[in-house]
Design a protein around this ligand. Structure first.
Ligand SMILES: [Fe+2]
Length: 455
C-alpha cells in the first residue's frame, strides 16, 4: 500500500470516527479501538447454550404417521414443564394477538436432564396421538410461558397415495457452514416433502454437542415442520469400554419406533408411509442379527408395493479402496429374496447409483454380464463437503465425487421417481422405476446428458 494512501485512509478513518457517532448514534460496545483487528471465536458453549426458550425441535414418528407425531426439543435444565398445545391449522384462530390459541388442546410430555460436553440441559419429549389422517395441524411447545412459534405439520393419509421425501447422505462436516445450503435447497425443491431421511453421519463426533447444535441450526425450523427419519453412521458411534455405543444424544433427541432388532432400540426400526414400507437398519453392529430380523419381518408382513431400506455403510462402495464385503454377503441375499426396491446409504463421501440388482463388478463387466441377482437399486450419496476419490471396481449407472448432493424421491402408484441434485440445484442423476401388473420393475434411465463430475 503506498504511504500516501495509508496516510489518507488514516485521516479519513479519523474523520469518519468523529462524524459517525453524530450520524449513527453511539458506536456499539464491541466497536472499541483494537477489537476489530482481532475478532475472537464465539465460543460453542455460548452459541449453543440452552435457554428457557425451546430449541433443537425435531418431529419424528414412533407410531403411525397417519395418526401420530412425536416432538422432541431442548431447554435450559431448570425448565421442568413439557407442554405441547395443538389444534387443526386454520388461516386465523380469532383475534389472539398475544399468540395464545385458547381453543387448542394441551398435553404434558416428559423430560430428562442431559449432560453434554458443553454442560447440562433438559431434553423434552411430547407424543401426539389420535390425530386425523391427511390433516394439517398447528402446534407449539414450551413451559407455559416460554413457547416456540406455532409450527405446522401434516399427518399422512391412511391410504396408499402419492408423496415425496428427501434423502441425504453424510452431512458430517462443516454442517452449519456448508451443509445448511444443501438442506435448504432440498426444501426449496420439495417443500411438501413427507419427511427428510438421513442415512447416517449427520455429524462428525458422536458426543460433541456443538456439532449437534450445528445440525439443528442448519435445518432450523424445518425440523419442527417436516419429520426426520435417520439411522446412525459410524460417526454417531463411540466406544463405551469395548462396546460400540450410539451417541448419547441419539435417543433423547430422536423418538423413533421401538420395533427393530433387540438391543438396537431407535437405530433399527420400520414404518409405513402411505403404502410404502421403510426399514432403517443399523449397519454399525449386530449385522447378522438384523439380517435374521429383516428376513422374519418381511416374511411375516403382507407384501408392500414398495420396500425402501436405509442404512449407513453401502453394500457396493463408491469410494476407492473401500468394500463392505461382509455386509454384502449377509444382507444382500435378504434384499434379493424380498425384492427390496431401493437401498439408500452414505459413508463413502462420493456418489454412486446402480441399476436394478446393483452394479456389476469389474470381472462381470469384462465377461459381458451387466447385473447381479435381485432388483434393488443401490445408492451411495453425500450431502456434506468431505470428498473421497471414486473407486473403479463397480460398474454403476451414475457416479460423481467432489459434489454435495440431495435427493428427492417420489412414489406414485406403480412409479418411483428419483432425482439427485447438486448443491447448486442442478440435476445430476435421475431414473424412474415402473412396475407392471405382476410387480416386475423396469428401470428407465433419465440421467441428464452432463459430464460426470470427478474431483
Ligand atoms: Fe461413515
Amino acid at each position: 500500500m503506498p504511504e500516501s494512501y495509508r496516510r489518507n485512509s488514516a485521516v479519513w478513518s479519523l474523520a469518519l470516527a468523529t462524524l459517525l457517532p453524530l450520524v449513527a448514534g453511539p458506536a456499539p460496545a464491541h466497536a472499541h479501538e483494537g477489537e476489530h483487528d482481532h475478532p475472537t471465536v464465539y465460543a460453542p458453549a455460548e452459541h449453543y447454550r440452552p435457554t428457557p426458550l425451546p430449541d433443537r425441535l425435531v418431529l419424528t414418528w414412533s407410531d403411525d404417521p397417519a395418526s401420530s407425531v412425536d416432538i422432541t426439543y431442548r431447554t435450559h435444565p431448570a425448565t421442568e414443564a413439557t407442554i405441547c398445545q395443538w389444534i387443526e391449522a386454520a388461516d386465523v384462530f380469532g383475534d389472539h394477538r398475544n399468540g395464545d390459541i385458547p381453543e387448542s388442546e394441551e398435553i404434558e410430555g416428559t423430560s430428562e436432564l442431559f449432560e453434554s460436553d458443553l454442560g447440562e440441559c433438559r431434553m423434552h419429549s411430547a407424543k401426539l396421538r389420535g390425530l386425523e389422517p391427511e390433516t394439517r395441524y398447528a402446534y407449539r411447545v414450551g413451559d407455559g410461558v416460554n413457547w416456540t412459534e406455532w409450527h405446522h405439520f401434516t399427518t399422512a393419509s391412511d391410504e396408499a397415495k402419492p408423496f415425496e421425501f428427501v434423502y441425504f447422505g453424510d452431512a458430517q462436516n462443516a454442517v452449519r457452514a456448508l451443509w445448511s445450503r444443501v438442506r435448504r435447497e432440498a426444501h426449496a425443491e420439495a417443500p411438501r416433502a413427507a419427511f427428510a431421511l438421513h442415512a447416517g453421519d449427520l455429524i462428525n463426533n458422536a458426543n460433541t454437542d456443538a456439532e449437534w447444535g450445528e445440525w439443528h441450526e442448519a435445518a432450523g425450523w424445518l425440523n419442527g415442520a417436516i419429520p426426520t427419519v435417520a439411522v446412525p453412521g459410524n460417526h454417531e458411534y463411540f466406544r463405551r469400554g469395548l462396546e460400540p455405543t450410539v451417541s448419547d444424544h441419539w435417543r433423547p433427541q430422536f423418538s423413533f419406533p421401538m420395533n427393530g432388532a433387540a438391543g438396537l432400540e431407535e437405530t433399527c426400526y420400520w414404518f409405513e408411509y402411505q403404502g410404502v414400507r421403510f426399514v432403517a437398519l443399523d449397519s454399525n453392529k449386530r449385522q447378522a442379527e438384523q439380517a435374521e430380523w429383516l428376513d422374519r419381518l418381511l416374511s411375516d408382513l403382507p407384501p408392500a408395493p414398495w420396500t425402501i431400506l436405509t442404512f449407513h455403510h453401502p453394500i457396493f462402495s463408491a469410494a476407492k479402496n473401500r468394500d463392505n464385503a461382509t455386509l454384502r454377503a449377509i444382507w444382500k441375499p435378504i434384499f434379493d429374496k424380498h425384492k427390496v426396491d431401493l437401498a439408500l446409504t452414505g459413508h463413502d463421501h462420493a456418489y454412486a447409483r446402480s441399476g436394478l440388482g446393483g452394479p456389476a463388478d469389474a470381472e462381470n463387466v469384462a465377461a459381458g454380464e451387466r447385473r447381479q441377482e435381485g432388483q434393488t437399486v443401490y445408492v451411495v450419496s453425500v450431502s456434506g463437503p468431505k470428498n473421497y476419490q471414486l473407486g473403479e471396481s463397480w460398474d454403476v449407472s451414475r457416479s460423481g465425487s467432489g459434489i454435495q448432493l440431495y435427493q428427492t424421491i417420489r412414489i406414485d402408484g406403480d412409479q418411483l421417481s428419483y432425482r439427485a441434485y447438486r448443491a447448486s440445484g442442478d440435476l445430476y442423476d435421475a431414473f424412474t422405476i415402473e412396475k407392471d401388473d405382476d410387480g416386475t420393475p423396469e428401470l428407465i434411465e433419465e440421467t441428464p446428458p452432463t459430464e460426470e463430475i470427478r474431483r
